[in-house]
Design a protein around this ligand. Structure first.
Ligand SMILES: NC(=O)c1ccc[n+]([C@@H]2O[C@H](COP(=O)([O-])OP(=O)(O)OC[C@H]3O[C@@H](n4cnc5c(N)ncnc54)[C@H](O)[C@@H]3O)[C@@H](O)[C@H]2O)c1
Length: 311
């Protein structure tokens, strides 16, 4: 049975554990914060039951039973074919964890980091095993949102990239390859472009934050749940993408010449948006809404799984 080690068993680590366990892998969890490690199997079991309610796993108990807490980092990684690192989003932490992982994991184990924004070359350069290291950036939560951005450092071997791609595909994810390192990888650059414009439009009084959200959840986002922006524009002009570009890029050029500036994130604008929103939200509200989001994502995943195969 292939084995995955989950190093850092917080929000993202637990979700990765479900991804691998659901695909039949043995999963070894590790976290230096003992209460987090102790709670992880129960939280994973609860989420597996939620998946079963949506028909996304057949046997929730069997899936959950495959994810077990290890007694040490060494025990977590010693049998692992892939290590998924989900520690704190701090460069020094990634450096320290990777130094341990490269020393403790089998020589042919892949060392993949969930980091959102730190490229692998910043924390793997000095490692003897740096050719087997890469970033595998998920979207929260990866057991319900399948895309994973694979981005190697300049020294990551092509074999590592190929093996990683095959592994993530085999466990039901949708890997994409980021061909060279770039700040924010792909997904957060796209999200950042949209977010900056959203902050600007609210700041300048064009729209309320609620109506802006409607524009995405009841507009753009409906198509985006099954097609990307290129396919969207291909279908938005009778002659396809070239026709669309000929018709509309004059307008997009004007927009691109005047991008939202960094100041849209200044504290006074954040305050303004919060005042028009419903404040910062209590931890209880955030937790309840996160559970609601996961239930909606599970229903969407079930719907997508039941759809006929794409032409
Ligand atoms: N939350 C998101 O939306 C999201 C999305 C994509 C990627 N990520 C990335 O995933 C990683 C984890 O984020 P998270 O949201 O799960 O954070 P989290 O705070 O929920 O979990 C981080 C865990 O790392 C543990 N930890 C601390 N020191 C450690 C060490 N030396 N070795 C191993 N584990 C250690 C902590 O105890 C904690 O449980 C980050 O790199 C983050 O950027 C997060």
């Amino acid at each position: 049975m292939p084995t995955a080690a989950i190093v850092g068993s917080g929000l993202i680590g637990r979700a990765w554990a479900i991804v691998f366990a659901r695909a039949g892998w043995d999963v070894r969890l590790w976290d230096p914060h003992r209460p987090t490690l102790a709670d992880a199997p129960t939280l994973i079991a609860c989420e597996c039951e939620e998946l079963a309610r949506h028909g996304l796993v057949d046997d929730a108990a069997a899936v959950a039973a495959r994810a077990r807490a290890a007694g040490s980092l060494a025990e977590a990684v010693d049998e692992a074919d892939i290590v998924q690192e989900n520690g704190p989003e701090k460069l020094e932490a990634k450096r320290a964890i990777y130094s341990d992982l490269d020393r403790l994991a089998k020589p042919d184990a892949i060392l993949a980091s969930s980091t959102s924004a730190i490229v692998a070359s910043r924390f793997t350069e000095d490692l003897p095993g740096r050719a087997r290291c890469l970033v595998a950036h998920p979207v929260n939560p990866p057991h319900l949102v399948p895309v994973v951005e694979l981005c190697g450092a300049p020294w990551t071997s092509p074999q590592t990239m190929e093996r990683a791609r095959a592994i993530y595909q085999a466990v039901g994810q949708v890997p994409i390859t980021v061909r060279k390192e770039i700040d924010g990888f792909i997904l957060n650059r796209l999200q950042g472009a949209l977010l900056a414009e959203a902050f600007r439009l609210v700041e300048e009084g064009y729209v309320s934050p609620q109506d802006l959200d409607h524009t995405v959840k009841d507009g753009l986002g409906l198509r985006w749940s099954f097609m990307g922006p290129f396919e969207t524009i291909e279908l938005n002009a009778p002659g396809g993408m070239a026709d669309y570009c000929a018709r509309y890029t004059g307008f997009y050029r004007r927009l691109a010449a005047d991008p939202a500036p960094p100041e849209v994130y200044d504290p006074q604008n954040v305050e303004k948006i919060l005042a028009a929103w419903h404040g910062s939200g209590s931890p209880e509200r955030i937790a309840a809404r996160s559970e609601w989001r996961n239930r909606r994502l599970a229903a969407l995943a079930a719907h997508k799984a039941s759809a006929p195969r794409e032409p």
